[in-house]
Design a protein around this ligand. Structure first.
Ligand SMILES: Nc1ncnc2c1ncn2[C@@H]1O[C@H](COP(=O)(O)OP(=O)(O)OP(=O)(O)O)[C@@H](O)[C@H]1O
Ligand SMILES: [Mg+2]
Length: 222
């Protein structure tokens, strides 16, 4: 079985007013089905840049990204269509729609594809400890609850990979631990691999692999 997600020799530079910065200088990564990988590294080391490339939200200068063995195509419409079912995304900000209920937010990716997915969404909310809150509107939910809705939404199309960029970065410690534990459990139940970027090394102590982005390359972390 091919790796659910892999990249080879990924390079990305930015040209700014202060000149060119080589953020990623040849990143290699192979993510096996169901594996949990933590990506650590100082601020500005390129963690978000890497996650965006893995998600097909940005294009590398060199190197390639493969989803289940298939190179992600260079035409954006094709990537967008494949991304919906291959990668679930969670960011530090929830990016939920304030006009919709928790349940409506979770079903939205499915409804865009012409499916209702209400039973699936209710199950996901229950798994995230929000079984009773499906009809709640966003303003009635705490920050931690909103992130739990965002995780449920990311999983509604059953992607084999969940990419999370500081998913608990806006939460206090207790809430961060709770949200992360629920995310892990949900991914495990659904056999989804997880790549999680975080500053909080303690949070990801139980990851299958801990990697550090430093000087533009990814290395095993001590
Ligand atoms: N669109 C852009 N244009 C120019 N420079 C950028 C752009 N995006 C990121 N950078 C620069 O690339 C470097 C890496 O940024 P990135 O956001 O990937 O870091 P990070 O590891 O996610 O940091 P943090 O932990 O603070 O979120 C930084 O120096 C940043 O300023
Ligand atoms: Mg970042």
């Amino acid at each position: 079985m091919p790796a659910v997600l892999e990249c080879s020799d990924l390079r990305r530079s930015y040209t700014t007013g202060r000149g060119r910065i080589d953020v990623l200088r040849g990143v290699d990564l192979v993510v096996e089905p169901g594996e949990v990988i933590a990506v650590l590294g100082p601020s500005g080391s390129g963690k978000s840049t890497l996650l965006h490339l893995l998600a097909g939200l940005d294009t590398a200068d060199e190197g390639e990204v493969r989803w289940s063995g298939r190179t992600i195509a260079h035409t954006q419409s094709d990537v967008a269509r494949r991304r919906a079912s291959h990668v679930g995304l969670v960011f530090q900000h929830h990016y939920l729609l304030a006009e919709l209920s928790a349940l409506e937010n979770v079903t939205l990716p499915a409804r865009i594809q012409g499916r209702r997915a209400e039973a699936e969404a209710r199950e996901l909310l229950a798994a995230m400890g929000l079984g009773e809150r499906g009809d709640a509107h966003l303003h009635a939910l705490s920050g931690g609850e909103r992130q739990r809705v965002a995780v449920a939404r990311a999983m509604v199309l059953r992607p084999p990979v969940l990419l999370a960029d500081e998913p608990t970065g806006s939460l206090d410690r207790a809430s961060a631990r709770e949200v992360y534990a629920l995310l892990r459990e949900l991914a495990r139940e659904r056999d989804a691999a997880v790549v999680v970027v975080t500053h909080d090394e303690g949070l990801v102590a139980d990851a299958d692999r801990r990697l550090r982005l430093d000087d533009g390359v990814l290395r095993p972390s001590a």
